[in-house]
Design a protein around this ligand. Structure first.
Ligand code: NAD
Ligand code: WQD
Length: 344
């Protein structure tokens, strides 16, 4: 693994997306050379331009689809990657239920094509973006890596199937070094305010929804249920700043240098916050009022979900540092500077 120690070239699939673009900033800041592969199905190349602006460094951007075996063969033929950070995928839970085949094709088949190209070119170090969604609706909090998996929607099942494919692959060829990172609820934005989350349509997730209400793009927040068995009745989640998340990936890369095999780690703060707490924190950070209406529970939502991050703390030497106040301040800075996202 001397390539990694020598700051070798990293392939970031999905690097134009929300988390991938923040990852590219962290990699470039840490001295890595970066290539991004992204088909821009849920992003724009403006994020790549922003990465280069805030880091004052350049990266190689390849606008291809993960499922295009020819494109992957050309890319792996001309570069020698030390590792792949694999973010590319579709992530909308509702859409995955409406069109499961699109999700299996994009996420599972896309990952298969990537693993085939990596195998053919002897690149065997991979960090995979998995999700707490693989745990489904867990009975016991906090969630450890040993909590039983049980995804309850097609999106979650694509993540779970990919995890199993990775385990099978590593079992047949011990030269593989694979890190599976199960993210809890990524939020936040780069401190510059030039890089952030830019959903294509009306946001599905709480934080970008609140931010668009605060900036006046949406009239008000609908809170999905206030009768959960939680302190204030609204859903509790483990929100983690995207900068902490990407630091977790750098820690995973370092870990893989020392540890061949396959490892699974939760990336969360270990602290849960309710919807109402998040609304209040955003109001404090923005100075704006968020009009709220309580509506029925959203199908498939757990009452609470938060990580036990002890394994990542211990094995990766990583822990989340940013609190909810900082998450809201950074999202607000991004949203104010880019009320219509990158497309404006
Ligand atoms: P995102 O949609 O902003 O980024 C994903 C990127 O992948 C996009 O730029 C998209 O254009 C690209 N992409 C999708 N399919 C592709 C394909 N076939 N070929 C090439 N590029 C493709 O999403 P994100 O929030 O940055 O999430 C990144 C990863 O983390 C995803 O795998 C997601 O499932 C996972 N994840 C996200 C969250 C979250 O809440 N954001 C939580 C847990 C896990
Ligand atoms: C958070 C809380 C809602 C929107 C999802 C995916 C998961 C992962 C992260 C990728 C819940 C409440 C939300 C709104 C609300 N993604 N809410 N009004 O559901 O924990 O996880 O994103 O892997 O797979 O399922 O996140 O941000 O959608 O919801 O009241 O308009 O906010 O009910 O309690 P969730 P979220």
């Amino acid at each position: 693994m001397s390539e990694l120690s020598n700051m070798g070239e990293i392939l970031v699939t999905g690097g134009a997306g929300y988390i991938g673009s923040h990852m590219c900033v962290a990699l470039l800041d840490a001295g890595y050379t970066v290539t991004v592969l992204d088909n821009l199905s849920n992003s724009t190349s403006e994020s790549i331009a922003a990465v280069q602006r805030v880091t004052n460094r350049t990266l190689d951007f390849v606008a291809d689809d993960l499922r295009d075996a020819g494109a992957l063969a050309r890319l792996f033929g001309r570069k020698r990657f030390a590792a792949v950070l694999h973010f590319a995928g579709l992530k909308a839970v509702g859409q995955s239920t409406a069109d499961p085949l699109a999700y299996y094709d994009n996420n599972v088949v896309g990952t298969l094509r990537l693993l085939e190209a990596m195998t053919a070119h002897q690149v065997r170090t991979l960090v995979f973006s998995s999700s707490a969604t693989v745990y489904g609706i867990p009975d016991v909090m906090p969630i450890t890596e040993d909590s039983p998996p049980g995804p309850i929607n097609p999106y979650g099942r694509t993540k779970f199937h990919i995890e199993q494919i990775l385990a099978d692959l590593q079992a047949t060829d011990p030269a593989w070094r694979i890190s599976i990172l199960r993210y809890f609820n990524p939020v936040g934005a780069h401190i510059s305010g030039d890089l952030g989350e830019d959903p294509n349509d009306v946001p599905n997730n709480l934080m970008p929804y609140i931010a668009q209400v605060a900036v006046g793009r949406l009239p008000g927040l609908r809170i999905f249920g206030d009768d959960y068995p939680t302190p204030d009745g609204t859903g509790v989640r483990d929100y983690i700043h995207v900068d902490d998340l990407v630091e977790g990936h750098l820690a995973a890369l370092r870990y893989l240098e020392r540890h061949p095999g396959l490892a699974i780690h939760n990336l969360g703060t270990g602290r849960g916050h309710s919807v109402l707490e998040m609304v209040r924190a955003f109001e404090a950070a923005s100075g704006r009022t968020i009009p709220c209406e309580i509506v029925a529970r959203r199908a498939g939502d757990a009452a609470e979900s938060y990580a036990d991050p002890t394994k990542a703390n211990r094995e990766l030497g990583w822990r989340a540092r940013h609190d909810v106040r900082r998450m809201c301040e950074d999202v607000w800075r991004w949203q104010q500077r880019h009320p219509q996202g990158y497309r404006a």
